[in-house]
Design a protein around this ligand. Structure first.
Ligand code: DO4
Ligand code: MG
Length: 275
């Protein structure tokens, strides 16, 4: 089942049918101790409503912080070693790829997150910007993975490549993170065959397209969550992006008006346009 948020209400979709929820607090749902059964019970006693085709979806987030993992795919390790070679940073990416402790970094607070069919931004002081399509975990306050969504960890490669210590500036700015379109509520892990696809369209033509699967993800999501919650409380739960396995060629940089489409099997497509 998938939860969607609009400006007025929350909805759950199951088997192609949509149901409006009585609650309108996503925070309360995320903190619920039996969310899946709670939503199933609601569906069983409700009648479906019309679809959301003409309704604007909001980012499916309440008061959660958004965190991200880095260098969890070989392709991310390889690209980052190359882009930071001149700055002497390459070795750090190799070390973190093989280390027991993963790279985790703060990405966004809710009000900076872009929702589906809205704009993401590239920094005005960046010359080399890319989207990072990432499976995103929804974690409740008790450190349990209760769902998944599609995430875009927009990144300024030239800024991070100049010095890895610039990572927060390369990664954290207004609308540098997009989430959506909805939250797949599922406590079992996603199948390793799950595909993640990135399409970038420029003037309606495909400028870049690539696919990866979760087989390439080196870290177990449960281990990433265990590290994130060490001596760290999240009273509203949180989101954790799991890293990118798709890096466009070095010649590619995003431009204003590019359309970014990220599709994760079983969850949906997150579409954003570059402002
Ligand atoms: O190490 C810097 C960030 C890595 C990242 O965002 C990724 O691998 O997805
Ligand atoms: Mg990333």
């Amino acid at each position: 089942m998938i939860l969607y948020r609009t400006a007025d209400a929350l909805y759950v979709e199951q088997d192609g049918k949509l149901y409006r929820l009585v609650e309108n607090s996503l925070d309360a749902l995320i903190a619920h101790d039996k969310l899946h059964s709670h939503l199933s019970a609601h569906i069983a006693k409700s009648s479906p409503t019309g679809d959301l085709v003409h309704t604007k979806l909001e980012a499916p987030i309440g008061n959660q912080e958004v965190w991200a993992s880095g260098v969890t795919y070989y392709s991310s390790r390889r690209a980052r070693i190359a882009e930071s070679k001149d700055a002497g940073g390459g070795d750090f990416y190799d070390r973190v790829y093989t280390a027991e402790r993963p790279e985790l970094f703060f990405k966004a607070v809710a009000h900076k997150v872009a929702g589906p069919n809205s704009h993401v931004k590239i920094r005005r002081d960046a010359t080399w910007s890319v989207p990072e399509p990432e499976l995103t975990l929804l974690i409740n306050p008790r450190a349990q993975i209760i769902g998944y969504t599609v995430g875009n960890d927009m990144s300024s490669r030239d800024i991070e490549g100049a010095n890895p210590l610039y990572l927060p500036q390369a990664k954290v700015y207004d609308r540098s993170c997009a989430l959506g379109p909805g939250l797949l509520i599922r406590s079992e892990p996603m199948p390793s065959s799950t595909q993640i696809k990135l399409d970038i369209l420029r003037s309606d033509q495909t400028e870049f397209s690539a696919t990866t699967t979760l087989t390439e993800l080196k870290r177990d999501p449960a281990t990433l969550v265990e590290y994130l919650f060490r001596d760290h409380t999240f009273p509203y739960g949180c989101f954790l992006l799991t890293g990118t396995g798709i890096v466009p060629p070095d010649s590619f940089t995003l431009a204003s008006k590019d359309e970014i489409r990220i599709t994760i099997e079983g969850i949906g497509t997150l579409t954003n346009t570059v402002e």
